[in-house]
Unconditional design. Structure first.
Length: 94
């Protein structure tokens, strides 16, 4: 039985919509990684691993630039937030 709050049809998800979501999902993951590494690096003062962690951060920042350009090349508005993973990272590293 269909109620007034249930849609009568399922929206059609086109390949373009799937591509948009996939690109932005990758971008959100990279944004989340940048946030996580920045939070960790803020807490480390003297540690031989700090240099390596900074290299990881720099790599993820380059990935954010790359995926932002990929999203924009598809005439899509790129994500600017890491979404739920950013909240998880903040809770964990916060």
């Amino acid at each position: 039985m269909i109620t007034a709050t249930q849609p009568i049809y399922d929206p059609v998800i086109t390949p373009a919509m799937q591509k948009t979501e996939a690109l932005n999902q990758i971008l959100r993951g990279e944004l989340s990684a940048v946030e996580a590494y920045e939070q960790v690096l803020e807490k480390i003062t003297e540690n031989p691993e700090k240099i390596r962690l900074q290299e990881f951060l720099d790599s993820h920042k380059k990935n954010v630039e790359y995926w932002t350009l990929q999203v924009q090349s598809e005439a899509i508005k790129p994500e600017t937030s890491s979404g739920p993973w950013g909240v998880v990272g903040q809770a964990f590293f916060g």
